[in-house]
Design a protein around this ligand. Structure first.
Ligand code: GUN
Length: 282
């Protein structure tokens, strides 16, 4: 028996439609700016997807492109301009940045009330304090929580294993699930006997960027699998961090790649932009 597919596409369409309705209630259209540095092909694809989704959600989008040699000060200067510009509701800086630019400095320069990705320490800190409703929550974790809620997957007392400890996915999702009364273990590249942890998981969240790394023998029967990975194989195929074909035969629920978490990250970004606009008005 195959798993139920956790359908990110249908849910993201629903969130985009909600955003469009909320945007129409605003006196002026919300605007999301995206700063794109360099010519990383994956980033260019993400940014194009974000622009298209914005249009459908009733959000104006502005993309500001910089060459990869741009100095850090120029990016920080552009951020101060966007912070001060009242016509910009929210903005993001597409990651990764070239190595001569400090991601942390850039993220900390963003006005937290315009931080549509939810990466600023103010927003991350409030996420820790269980105050997501008051802030712009980290986009990918917020999308994952929304997906689990959509399918009525209960979190209380569940064994959750998160593989990956990044600041933008692994660490914040671990905290958000702890705040929802799950029992959470965070694993990473130095974890010993990884499979012993993953096999215990009622809910397994994988965000490590390694193509098809999680195999069927590493998961528990009937588990819920959330695959945050997006990896391009040499033959051009896009796959997650989980071997979908084999794992989906064993588990209860699983997100596909593409069509899963990636779309919800974009939907959460749009939702944060609308929230930022609504807060500005109130
Ligand atoms: N690079 C990969 N994922 C993301 C994301 O969600 N936001 C930004 N800004 N950059 C990314």
């Amino acid at each position: 028996m195959g798993a139920t597919i956790l359908d990110g596409k249908t849910l993201s369409e629903k969130i985009i439609a909600e955003c469009k309705m909320r945007s129409e209630l605003l006196s002026s259209p919300p605007t999301l700016a995206v700063l794109l540095v360099g010519d990383d092909p994956a980033s260019a694809v993400y940014v194009r997807n974000k622009e298209r989704s914005c249009e459908r959600a009733g959000i104006r989008s502005v993309t500001k492109k910089f060459p990869s040699e741009v100095r850090e000060e120029e990016i920080l200067e552009e951020i101060s301009i966007l912070n001060a510009d009242t016509s910009i509701t929210g903005f993001i800086v597409q990651l990764p940045l070239p190595s001569h630019i400090s991601e942390q400095k850039v993220i900390e320069a963003i006005d937290p009330t315009k931080d549509a990705d939810g990466f600023h320490p103010f927003n991350v800190g409030h996420t820790f304090l269980s105050k997501e409703s008051e802030i712009l929550a980290p986009a990918t974790p917020a999308g994952i929580i929304r997906l689990l809620e959509e399918y009525d997957i209960n979190l209380e007392g569940k064994e959750v294993v998160v593989v990956g400890r990044s600041n933008i996915v692994g660490k914040p999702i671990a905290v958000m699930l702890t705040n929802r009364s799950a029992t959470v273990t965070v694993c990473h590249s130095k974890t010993k006997n990884l499979a012993e942890h993953t096999k215990r998981a009622d809910i397994l969240i994988v965000a490590i960027g390694k193509a098809e790394f999680i195999t069927a023998d590493m998961v528990k029967e009937a588990a819920v699998i959330i695959d945050v990975g997006m990896n391009r194989l040499p033959n051009g195929k896009l796959v997650g961090d989980v071997n979908f074909e084999a794992v989906s035969q064993k588990v209860g629920f699983i997100t596909p790649v593409p069509g899963g978490v990636g779309l919800l990250t974009v939907a959460s970004l749009l939702e944060n932009t609308i929230r930022a606009a609504e807060k500005k008005r109130s």
